[in-house]
Design a protein around this ligand. Structure first.
Ligand code: HEM
Length: 451
């Protein structure tokens, strides 16, 4: 009986905290919005509402009063849909991302445009095609490669780049793009000129995942870049095949070995499409995540000091929790989206149940899930001691990031030598802020430190 009373009291306290948090968030949003409208007019509001700190507050309000909502209005133009739903509670976000039969991935049509025909496995529903491609690619990109091949090289290269930087570094241009590109050369085996590979993969990532408004100019650029990347990869595969590359240890070489053994899905075109998908996933994402984590740490002197101490110790595993926590506050992608395959429900049988009509685009708000007080202890505090399960920073469920183990090793490898620098700080003025150069991905972000 006492246990039951305790449980009820605890639940009540959590609800009170959630309501208090929502009220505080509403006050903050009202004051900030009024200030921006007064200073900059409506033009200043877009950037404000895109900022993670704003989105965290909006989600706090939604979780308290309208945790699941469905609107007839269509917000995404790039993939067909009949409206928009937003899911904010952790339990429901994970539920949506686990129910593949009810909530499908939408990327197939654009993936096909990029490959010139076939789908890539992120655009596939469960079935033979998905199993064939992911099974073959898991044999080619082995989990053991992360410790054996990827991490040692990423660490050595990052250490070398930072050691050669005279008290100043442009994080994406000098380091966080270089390291994943180098990984695609040495480990993927795809090679290519750095600027071109970075530019192609950034455009294609943008087109697939971030072009919600379906910009026609981006469409033309993506078609041009996809054609160039396909041609480049076709040439690289043919050249490697001619050299007898199936005996080597890169992902491409292992794909060629699988081809020699008659493995399904490993035709030249199959290999090219799988490598194209992996490249798009790998280069712009790791760099952006590094910049966002660093940006967040620089806004939090105590956390930065903690990360600096951990980095001085030299153990990347001690630095990593600071980076995951920074990415919780400032994630690479605040939502993952799916489309309802049929009329269905979220949280059915609960007070927050919500009917989702067929065709509606569902924003599973992973950012919100990581701040849900029902599941996350002290969600608004920056804590480097959270269990890994608290985080959803590269998806969840069947399509969880193929590169998850790589990310977990390479992001700390890139940032540890930077964080170890004395008096690490932003460069003065605009240079010390992330410059995306008109894309959704950081191009410049200058940092300074004492030498
Ligand atoms: C910090 C860097 C990265 C972030 C933030 C990230 C994010 C994500 C997210 C959110 C998803 C799930 C998308 C969805 O469910 O709709 C995903 C899937 C995927 N990612 Fe990553 N990713 C990163 C790095 C990488 C790397 C390095 C690779 C390649 C080695 C990669 C390849 C993929 C692939 C192939 C999928 C599809 C997996 C599947 O459908 O089973 N990503 N990623």
């Amino acid at each position: 009986m006492i246990q039951r009373l305790k449980a009820i009291l605890c639940a009540l306290l959590v609800w009170l905290a959630i309501l208090g948090e929502a009220l505080a968030a509403a006050g903050w949003l009202a004051a900030k919005t009024a200030g921006i409208l007064g200073r900059e007019g409506k033009a200043g509001l877009a950037a404000f509402f895109e900022a993670p700190a704003t989105q965290i507050r909006i989600f706090a309000i939604l979780r308290a009063v309208l945790p699941n909502l469905s609107l007839g209005r269509s917000l995404v133009k790039s993939y067909g849909n009949t409206g928009t739903a937003v899911v904010t509670r952790r339990e429901d976000v994970r539920d949506v991302l686990s129910r593949d039969a009810d909530f499908e991935v939408v990327y197939g049509p654009r993936m096909r445009k990029l490959t010139g025909g076939d789908n890539f496995f992120l655009g596939m529903q469960p079935g033979w095609d998905y199993t064939r491609d992911t099974s073959a690619m898991r044999l080619a990109a082995r989990r053991t490669d992360v410790a054996g091949i990827v991490t040692p090289r990423a660490q050595a290269l990052s250490d070398e780049i930072v050691a050669a930087a005279p008290g100043r570094i442009d994080l994406p241009a000098d380091l966080s793009l270089e390291v994943p590109w180098d990984m695609t050369v040495r480990y993927f085996g795809t090679g290519g000129q750095r600027e071109l590979m970075e530019s192609w993969t950034t455009t294609l990532f943008w087109y697939l995942f971030e072009d919600l408004g379906a910009d026609p100019a981006l469409d033309s650029r993506a078609m041009k870049d996809a054609g160039a990347l396909r041609d480049y990869l076709d040439g690289a595969i043919a050249a490697r095949k001619a050299e007898g590359g199936h005996l080597g240890d890169t992902i491409l070489d292992r794909c060629l070995a699988l081809q020699s053994s008659g493995t399904p899905g490993m035709s030249d075109i199959g290999i090219r499409n799988n490598l194209l998908g992996l490249l798009i996933g790998a280069i712009p994402t790791i760099s952006k995540a590094c910049c966002l984590a660093m940006d967040e740490l620089l806004n939090r002197p105590e956390a930065l000091a903690g990360a600096h101490r951990a980095a001085l110790g030299g153990d990347h595993a001690d630095v990593a929790p600071f980076l995951w926590e920074a990415l919780r506050f400032n994630p690479h992608n605040p939502v993952v989206y799916r489309r309802a395959t049929r009329d269905t429900w979220v949280a059915k049988g609960t007070a927050r149940q919500c009917r989702i009509p067929e065709g509606q685009m569902v924003f599973a708000a992973t950012l919100s899930a990581m701040f849900d007080r029902h599941a996350i202890a002290e969600p608004n505090a920056f804590r480097a001691d959270r269990p890994w399960e608290d985080y959803i920073i590269w998806g969840y469920g069947m399509h969880e990031c193929f590169g998850a183990a790589i990310n977990a090793a390479v992001i700390p490898a890139i940032l540890t030598p930077v964080l170890a620098q004395k008096n690490l700080r932003r460069a003065p003025g605009a240079e010390g802020q992330i410059d995306t150069g008109g894309t959704p991905h950081p191009q410049h972000f200058h940092l300074e430190f004492d030498v």
